[in-house]
Design a protein around this ligand. Structure first.
Ligand SMILES: CC(C)(COP(=O)(O)OP(=O)(O)OC[C@H]1O[C@@H](n2cnc3c(N)ncnc32)[C@H](O)[C@@H]1OP(=O)(O)O)[C@@H](O)C(=O)NCCC(=O)NCCS
Length: 155
């Protein structure tokens, strides 16, 4: 991601309301209501152990990733890129930044809906491997893969 207009920031209590609104707008388009954290972005960002990164382009939100970690493992909680900014390397960049910040973990995990082929392709290309299929993970009829990236792949 070599666009000089792009900026990466950590979301927190000082983040401007326009940035939060930009994240909410993407979240609402990318995820159905029952999977949405649109009403709780600041809570997500400020919960102990969580980190929330946002990429802006000319001050407009184009993508974000949320992850949590403890001393042993990391977990990707959310990733999304605005429709108009996809296929420009932003999703990969956000994942790389998240992985970099969890580099002392023994492994990094995530769930991905089985129908989310683009996200699945991204995670596979970063080295994440399917560990299990979790039936009805999001709701009845909405299964997820539980994927993991072992530390040898990123340390
Ligand atoms: C998944 C998502 C974050 C990818 O963001 P992005 O910025 O478009 O991704 P990138 O441009 O960095 O692409 C990275 C890789 O993802 C895969 N990928 C992304 N979009 C793809 C598409 N439309 N078709 C096939 N592969 C795709 C490719 O492997 C790609 O690598 P390549 O460009 O070298 O082929 C984006 O599609 C999105 O927000 N989707 C909706 C929300 C979502 O599914 N989030 C994940 C929930 S677990």
């Amino acid at each position: 991601m070599a666009d000089i207009d792009m900026e990466l920031d950590v979301v927190g209590i000082k983040t401007r309301p326009e940035i939060i609104a930009g994240i909410v707008a993407i979240e609402k388009k990318a995820f159905p209501k029952h999977e949405s954290m649109a009403n709780d972005i600041l809570k997500e960002a400020t919960t102990s152990g969580n980190t929330f990164l946002v990429v802006t382009k000319s001050d407009c939100v184009v993508g974000y990733v949320s992850f949590s970690r403890n001393s042993v493992v990391g977990h990707i909680r959310k990733l999304a890129v605005a429709l108009s900014s996809r296929r420009q390397g932003i999703g990969r960049y956000l994942m790389q930044q998240a992985i970099l910040r969890m580099k002392s973990a023994m492994s990094i995990s995530l769930h991905v809906g089985v129908e989310r082929e683009n996200a699945f392709a991204l995670y596979k290309s970063l080295g994440f491997q399917i560990q299990h299929l979790r039936k009805d993970y999001y709701r009845v009829g909405r299964d997820a893969y539980f994927m993991e990236l072992e530390s040898e792949a990123f340390q």
